[in-house]
Design a protein around this ligand. Sequence first.
Ligand code: MCA
Ligand code: AMP
Length: 501
Amino acid sequence: MSPLSLDLSPDLFPALTEAQADPDGPGAHRPALRFGDRSLTYGELAATASPLAARVAEAGRIAVWATPTLETAVAVVAALLAGVPAVPLNPKSGESELGHIVSDSAPTLVLAAPGTQLPPALAALERLDIDIDTSAPTTSLPSPGAPDPESPALIVYTSGTTGPPKGAVIPRRAIATTLDALADAWQWTGDDILVHGLPLFHVHGLILGILGPLRRGGSVRHLGRFETAGVARELSEGATMLFGVPTMYHRIAETLPDDPALAKALARARLLVSGSAALPVHDHERIAQATGRRVIERYGMTETLMNTSVRADGEPRAGTVGVPLPGVELRLTEEDGTTAVEAYDGETVGEIQVRGPNLFTEYLNRPEATAAAFTEDGWFRTGDMAVRDPDGYVRIVGRKATDLIKSGGYKIGAGEIENALLEHPGVREAAVTGEPDADLGERIVAWIVPADPQSPPTVDELADHVARRLAPHKRPRVVHHLDALPRNDMGKIMKRALTHD
Ligand code: MCA
Ligand code: AMP
């Protein structure tokens, strides 16, 4: 069989293409992916992903059971080689969330690691095992041709304030653009070795954390699950960059006083990057003090990929997300959502709006939601509120919607949890809020009016109920029982009045 020759335009993974074209060349022997004791070089990745790409090439859309494993990385690379859109599924998603995602995105196939048991919600889908066989001959695809840069690469589900999650359609162009902009900001090259333990069904872990190193021709070592010991080990064994959400850096900051090896390992890193939520200044300072290194923050969103970052050659100022990335237009707007705030004074607050080739194309099957997300002249409304320092550094100060909660770096809509709680027989009324949490950033709090005040459902019961229906990270951590929810004259729940004591 002839080797797979796909002219990706723009070629998402030049190092992979090169390894395919010259399987005996030095590029083919460079490390690409490592998960625990399993790893693939670029040549091996090409050998295992290209036959899989050929098998999925005719599928309209595929789902990937996105466990934190080598199989997930190979499946997503195969989908991208084939030009077939992939929907990464959270393997901890509950029945109701999975059911929604599958019916909304209508994949024709689900790819999963061999031996994985899939839940009933996926039973109707044809299953394809992701076999990692590096001895397989590379295969040519039936209809190669360069996939259109505007064509969908990934559909990533993200929560809104109300209703079930929406599928953000992310084109190939946005992935290439955002990764190249980050390469510029971070001086990220093929010599970098990234370490992280992020989940692989979101932008941070999958696009930045797996596709990022592959686009540069570098490598990634995934921890399987986040642990400070794994971070210390990899950074002391040659890894140069660490990606994490603030909860991970908080746990690092907590561990540092008793773990000199972790401090030493972090001190060796070229770049420590935090994102997905704000890293509190206290954690920034504790890490800087123990390691002599400053964590830098970048700011992004599922719909926009990355918008700003502190640059590797810039000043790492705690509490800011840096400056707009190359190619990203960023403005702050007044309350009306269209008048631009001109001030760079560190105090005038406006909503962040962005424009550029890093943006998604649409919410799948949701034209009204897509239209509402953009201004008439094409700015995407992020809902994040910020100020700009005189030198252009952006500081995020809050968000427009109080019904969006960021917990552990996951965005969670209060509405979907309220709906799930209302399906519990012991719940008559429910409201959900977020409250500050040193570890998670925010924790989910449920305020419920029990159906039977004599035997209200317990926090564990409601947490299990939400975890089973939606996902464990959406479970309430605290439950308050009330006789009635505070409502205004219109009957709307007044969440600001929900405070204990
Ligand atoms: C506990 N567990 C349960 C229950 N209670 N499972 C089922 N039912 C229950 N009632 C399980 C959990 O599943 C988990 O299992 C374990 O107990 C501990 O759970 P938890 O305390 O919730 O979390 P954690 O393991 O301590 O996780 C903290 C974390 C995690 C590692 C920081 O939150 C995380 O990975 N966050 C990353 C989020 C992220 O990548 N966001 C990016 C999206 P087990 O131990 O088996 O796991 S934002 C994005 O992409 C934009 C573009 C951006 O800017 O980056
Ligand atoms: P998601 O929709 O899950 O992709 O989350 C996107 C949201 O995460 C953004 O709208 C911000 O509110 C938040 N976010 C991401 N990075 C940062 C950061 N470095 N600092 C503060 N908030 C952030």
